[in-house]
Design a protein around this ligand. Structure first.
Ligand code: URP
Ligand code: ZN
Ligand code: ZN
Length: 460
């Protein structure tokens, strides 16, 4: 299979030029001002005039198979990979989240089994560490040797995924030794527990109290905690889903004193605020995630931190639960609402509409935070840029397209969209994954099973 993309405006994290791009097999082979189709007989010619040619986007934080709060996240790799590709995302990094009693090696096999043979996009995993003992340590060594070069820890979710301080310390020590980066959900679980108890005892069970139970200080304490441990162990760390200035500032202070840390935010925090979760009745449950969506005053800070590249990546934390039957488990008790907002399909269109089209970020920042940095930080060789020799993962973007988001038309498995009725500008017209066209004219034409597990070597 060969493709010749004519007259597109190629945008990378650093470059912006008009060129023809020729892909053969899985790889970009030529990028030249003009490539004569006669020189590449048999290649499919795609006209990208007036369009951008971006590298395939990478979502470094998704949940697909997720046993959580007594239920399971709704997507499988059939729906999630289709949704990701329709949104321009060509690679996913999923969190493996075992229970404390599950063995890591078995958990990884279980999670992999959900993706292998079904995913239409490429994928890899952050290995969740939810317990630490000798057996876990030896399995983690094997898992890293097998190509999984990042860990995930939760400082929240007491009694479920959360690690103790000794476990955190030993995980970071091992990560340092192996050159593996540790991604971390940072919130102080004791403060959350106590707050939740007080609020429920006072009869405050509506979704709007979720944010009050875990305010920005709780998140910042989690980040400070992680940074102290990272400084003590010299481990490299990545703070997932930062939602507020206090948390980002805590990470930046540590970085300034030499801690090797990277910061992620996720699309819901950039475009939603807690007025959505505070709606009367139970509608707000659709917007319950952790850390919570914050007061709208946080948004300018977050956008500026993305623009100034203090926040390296914009992911989704896609965690899909139906409103009916799943979010509803928490009627009258917000602590029982499964946490998460489905957004894997919407990340790029929302980032473009609310970031690029409004002038909050430029095209290079857009590509950097949604693709290039994830590839660099997590060692995804051949991904995150448009270059000769790179994987032919491309997103041909039509900046003139306008559309409306709706659960009626989305490919995610959930029965609602957190962005129902929102207008968007721009669309992934054509998407390729390692040289195969998987989206054409905004329609999914990919093959389930084309996606492959991306093996990574430790780079930290
Ligand atoms: O609310 C969230 N974020 N749900 C998914 C699990 C996690 O904490 O990332
Ligand atoms: Zn989390
Ligand atoms: Zn998550």
């Amino acid at each position: 299979m060969a493709i010749l993309i004519k007259n597109g405006r190629v945008i990378t994290a650093t470059d912006d030029y008009t060129a023809d791009v020729y892909c053969e097999g899985e790889t970009v082979r030529r990028i030249e001002a003009e490539i004569d189709p006669a020189s590449v007989p048999g290649a499919e010619v795609i006209d990208a005039s007036g369009k951008y040619v971006f590298p395939g986007f990478i979502d470094p934080h998704v949940h697909v198979y997720l046993p959580f709060m007594g239920t399971y996240a709704k997507d499988d790799y059939g729906s999630v990979s289709k949704a990701a590709l329709l949104g321009g995302t060509t690679s996913l990094i999923e969190m493996v989240c075992p229970s404390r009693t599950e063995e890591p090696a078995e958990a990884l096999e279980l999670w992999r089994g959900k993706a292998d043979g079904l995913s239409a996009c490429d994928y890899t995993f952050h290995m969740g560490v939810t317990r630490y003992d000798d057996a876990v340590e030896s399995q983690l060594r094997e898992i890293v040797a097998g190509g999984i070069a990042s860990f995930k820890v939760f400082l929240a979710y007491k009694g479920a995924f959360g690690v103790t301080d000794p476990e955190l310390y030993h995980t970071l020590r091992l990560a340092r030794e192996l050159g593996v980066i540790v991604t971390a959900h940072c919130e102080n679980e004791t403060l959350i527990d106590e707050r939740q108890r007080e609020l429920l005892a006072a009869g405050n069970g509506d979704p709007g109290f979720h944010e009050i139970s875990r305010p920005t200080l709780v998140e910042a304490e989690g980040v400070n905690h992680l940074m102290t441990f990272a400084e003590m162990t010299s481990a490299h760390v990545y703070v997932v889903h930062t939602s507020c200035q206090l948390a980002v500032d805590a990470a930046r202070r540590a970085i300034d004193r030499g801690v090797r840390a990277w910061v992620e935010t996720v699309i819901p925090y950039l475009v939603l605020d807690n007025s959505y979760a505070e709606q009367p009745g139970f509608e707000g449950a659709k917007y319950v995630m952790s850390p919570p969506v914050r007061d709208s005053s946080q948004q300018p800070f977050l956008w500026n931190a993305v623009r100034d590249r203090l926040i390296s990546t914009v992911a989704t934390d896609h965690a899909p639960f139906d409103f009916e039957g799943q979010k509803e488990m928490g009627r009258g008790d917000f602590t029982r609402i499964p946490n998460g907002i489905p957004s894997v399909q919407n990340r790029i269109e929302l980032l473009y509409t609310h970031g690029v089209a409004t002038g909050r970020i430029d095209l290079h920042t857009f590509v950097d935070c949604a693709s290039t940095q994830a590839a660099r930080i997590f060692g995804l060789e051949g991904k995150g840029t448009v270059a000769v020799g790179a994987d032919a993962d491309l997103c041909i973007w039509n900046p003139d397209h306008t559309g409306v988001i709706s659960a009626k038309t989305h490919a995610m498995a959930t029965d609602y969209s957190a962005f129902e009725g929102w207008e968007i500008t721009g669309r992934a017209d054509t998407v390729t994954v390692r040289g195969e066209v998987v989206v054409r004219g905004g329609e999914f034409v990919g093959a389930h099973g084309h996606g492959k597990l991306l093996k990574r070597v430790p780079t930290h």
